[in-house]
Write a protein that binds this ligand. Structure first.
Ligand SMILES: Nc1nc2c(c(=O)[nH]1)N[C@H]1C(S)=C(S)[C@@H](COP(=O)(O)O)O[C@H]1N2
Ligand SMILES: [Mo]
Length: 255
């Protein structure tokens, strides 16, 4: 045999598995030493994230029928907001509210609720699982996050979507983040309706995230602002979400 036994091309060509997991794991960026996965996650967490991400692939979360909906879907975490700005918005049906989309995008802009409602919508009946030990099946309608991101044109350097919320715990506004794999997943929507009705305050009016393959605390409610970023180290305590920062919850809360 001539030529190097393990040329890069030969190794990549040897199996789709290797090539795919490389693409998913962000190994192409290892040299930059500034990605979240490589600076924030420990070795074990990083491996778990990569394995889970590889297994998750394009898999859809299970969807349910109308008959399977829970008769009662509790609220959790904050379910009322005292802030005067928010009270003004809810009083006028969020007529002057805008979802602000900024950061690493070509065309930052605000979206009114009417504009979001006018975009193609997706409805899905899914199961919400909270780490505190309860689950509920509910129906959600909203605009696919992918459609919104296409409008604002995500810049190549962007790797994460950060959600900024109106509510606070101890003076800190709730925040969460997901990677672009989940951001462009077809079941990831910004929901403005629940079980066929306008999203109630307790469940996150006017807009809440549904990222169906992950746990309850990732489903950010009361979203006011979305930011595209390349790293999560500058967000809050640096672990990508409120509970991740204050209680060490896992940032990737999916199976
Ligand atoms: N902004 C915000 N989002 C949030 C929370 C919160 O307190 N504030 N709680 C999280 C948790 S732990 C869960 S289980 C779900 C609860 O959603 P629900 O109130 O619609 O049941 O919202 C998540 N998103
Ligand atoms: Mo939760």
């Amino acid at each position: 045999m001539t030529g190097p036994l393990f040329s890069r091309r030969r190794v990549l060509a040897a199996g789709g598995l290797g090539a795919t997991s490389l693409a998913l794991s962000g190994c192409d960026d290892l040299g930059s030493n500034e990605t979240f996965h490589d600076t924030i996650l420990t070795g074990g967490e990083r491996l778990a994230y990569r394995v889970q991400r590889f297994l998750a692939g394009d898999r859809l979360a299970p969807e349910y029928s109308e008959a399977e909906k829970s008769p009662f879907f509790r609220t959790n975490g904050n379910n009322q907001i005292a802030a005067p700005d928010y009270r003004r918005h809810i009083a006028d049906g969020f007529a002057n509210w805008r979802l602000d989309v900024s950061g690493l995008v070509e065309a930052p802009r605000g979206f009114s609720l009417d504009e979001l409602r006018a975009m193609p919508a997706r409805t899905q009946i899914t199961r919400h699982d909270c780490v505190e030990g309860w689950s509920a099946i509910g129906g959600w309608t909203g605009v696919p996050l992918a459609a919104l991101l296409k409008e604002v044109k995500v810049k190549p350097a962007a790797r994460f979507v950060v959600f900024r919320c109106a509510d606070q715990f101890g003076g800190i506004n709730y925040y969460e983040s997901i990677d672009l794999i989940d951001a462009f997943h077809p079941q990831t929507i910004l929901a403005y309706a629940m079980n066929g009705e306008t999203l109630p305050e307790g469940h996150g009016a006017p807009l809440r995230l549904r990222v169906e393959r992950q746990l309850g605390y990732k489903q950010a409610k009361f979203i006011m602002r979305i930011e595209l970023v390349s790293v999560l180290s500058g967000i809050g305590g640096g672990k990508g979400g409120f509970w991740e920062d204050v209680a060490d919850y896992e940032w990737y809360a999916g199976g």
